[in-house]
Design a protein around this ligand. Structure first.
Ligand code: FAD
Ligand code: MLT
Ligand code: ZN
Length: 484
């Protein structure tokens, strides 16, 4: 792709306008008037170190009014903008492609209100997910989303990507939990729809367009979200299974026997756990090696009741030889360690160089066969070796949110390599499309999947999406080159 020549290049007058507007020194990183490359680096590079922008200006507004004035100026002057939250996105959407201005939400981090009767939480978009959840914990509530990046990602970014995470099976998606949004359109208009209502059938539900909109139609500045009570009894179990067939049986049994208290059902193959062990040195929970592992979490209101249910479930699945071996966490630390085996895979997957990540929805019966097919393909192409340093691919792993039919296929590499990329794309997307899956289950499109949307969406749907983009952002300044 080429830089869109319609967009203006920043000059010192523009920077002066923004500095006067934002006031504080720390709110502007200026690489236009001075060399600020090292200060800009962290904002220009994505989490995987795979995408790198060339932004010369980072703006950190601290109010909706400032966001509005920035966008209006950018729209009037045709300056392209890249909205940025915690920069943990995995599809290259959070960093510029060229010299787009980075509008970073980190200073918009105030919690606005929480009502412990309705469970409605209202906060600025830049609040870190973990901070939001810690605040809710003080009031015995929980943020209905949790994911490995919780310490860095922002709730606005979570909404903008419609993140799914580890407990979607229990609490549902952002589309269901978000009650209201405050957003700023490219022309500076503030859309004040920060509703706290559970029900509101008065016209089109426009906030849904911002959920999963990945910053292409406006900037989310605040959200209102329905939060459930925090469960008093949380149990975590981790077990080994001999085949993917057994994993499916275990999932079926878990829904049958633990239904109302089941809050997570996660899948990890042996390779993902071995890589986690190799990258971190952390011991794996089970002594023996098993081809597959599952992590089950239950959350309920009565410890004795839940423990009894979980124990009889485990007795059953072990008695029937569905599960080969397992452990149940006996305290909070053990529970966290078990979760770490699952959440730590992301970091481990790129620890030895980099990673090609595919985040896919696939009908459950075939979900794992893609991992085997992909490993065969890498082998046949002579690209994969565990020991031979000259081969780019180190390993092919599969893990994910079994409860949501969401596979994470990760091709872990020693270095990013065009040949590997060519062997994977569009092959992976074709494979998924043939099974009527989705090429992006929860991470979004960003830059990585823009070209491939046709594998999951019809021409008519893409045309309607383009019309929406045109309506909200006629000058195309919001997160250009990405999404659709
Ligand atoms: P960013 O990465 O900064 O931005 C993501 C996108 O949203 C960009 O397109 C950006 O332009 C846009 N955006 C950000 N903030 C705003 C805003 N206020 N208004 C408008 N647009 C905005 N995802 C899952 O779904 N499930 C997981 O389990 C999961 N686990 C993860 C684990 C790790 C270790 C990592 C690194 C990532 C994981 N992710 C997961 C990816 C996930 O998309 C992000 O972590 C998170 O939702 C993005 O939030 P962020 O604040 O970092 O947004
Ligand atoms: C996860 O479930 O761990 C994530 O979505 C992040 C990843 O795929 O690395
Ligand atoms: Zn995930």
């Amino acid at each position: 792709i080429q830089r869109d020549s319609r967009f203006k290049e920043l000059n010192s007058d523009d920077v002066k306008f923004f500095k006067d507007l934002l006031g504080s020194e720390s709110a502007v990183i200026d690489g236009v008037n001075q060399d600020a490359l090292s200060d800009l680096e962290g904002f220009n590079a994505d989490w995987m170190k795979k995408y790198r922008g060339k932004a010369k200006l980072v703006l950190k507004p601290d109010s909706t009014e400032q966001v509005s004035k920035i966008l209006k100026y950018c729209n009037d002057n045709l300056l392209a903008v890249n909205p940025q939250g915690g920069n943990t996105g995995l599809v290259g959407g959070s960093v510029p492609v060229f010299d787009e201005i980075i509008l970073n939400l980190s200073r918009m981090n105030k919690i606005r209100s929480f009502d412990d009767v309705s469970g409605v939480f209202v906060a600025d978009a830049g609040v870190i997910l973990e901070a939001a959840d810690n605040h809710l914990a003080e009031h015995s509530h929980i943020f209905p989303l949790d994911l490995g990046a919780k310490g860095s990602c922002q709730i606005g970014g979570n909404v903008a990507t419609n993140a799914g995470g580890l407990r979607l099976l229990r609490y549902g998606s952002m589309h269901g939990n978000i009650l209201g949004i405050e957003a700023v359109l490219p022309d500076g208009t503030v859309v004040d729809d920060l509703s706290k209502l559970r029900k509101n059938n008065t016209g089109y539900d426009l906030k849904q367009l911002f959920i999963g909109g990945e910053g292409t139609i406006g900037i989310i500045t605040a959200i209102s979200i329905l939060c459930p009570r925090r469960s008093q009894a949380v149990n975590v179990a981790y077990f080994g299974l001999e085949s993917y067939e057994k994993v499916q049986e275990a999932f079926k049994e878990a829904k049958h026997q633990l239904g109302e208290i089941l809050s997570a059902f996660e899948l990890m193959d042996h390779r993902s756990q071995a890589l986690y062990n190799k990258a971190t040195g952390a011991r794996l929970p089970l002594e023996a090696e098993h081809p597959f592992y599952c992590l089950i979490e239950t959350s309920g209101s009565n410890t004795d009741h839940d423990s009894e249910k979980l124990n009889s479930f485990l007795e059953h699945v072990m008695g029937e030889e569905i599960v080969s071996d397992g452990v149940v966490a006996e305290n909070e630390t053990q529970a966290q360690n078990l979760w770490q085996c699952r959440e730590g895979i992301s970091e481990a997957s790129q620890h030895f160089g980099g990673v090609y990540k595919y985040d896919l929805s696939i009908p459950l019966p075939e979900l794992y066969s893609l991992v085997d097919a992909c490993r065969d393909r890498m082998n046949e192409a002579g690209l994969l070796s565990a020991d031979d340093e000259s081969k780019p691919v180190l390993d092919v792993l599969g893990y994910g949110h079994m409860g949501d039919s969401n596979l994470h296929l990760n091709v872990s590499v020693r270095r990013y390599n065009k040949e590997v990329e060519k062997a994977l794309e569009p092959w992976v997307y074709e494979w998924v499309s043939k099974r009527s899956g989705s090429i992006s289950a929860e991470h979004g499109l960003g830059l990585a999947k823009k070209e491939f949307i046709g594998y999951s969406r019809s021409e008519t749907m893409v045309r309607l999406m383009k019309q929406i983009k045109q309506l909200y952002d006629p000058n195309g300044i919001m997160n250009p080159y990405k999404y659709i």
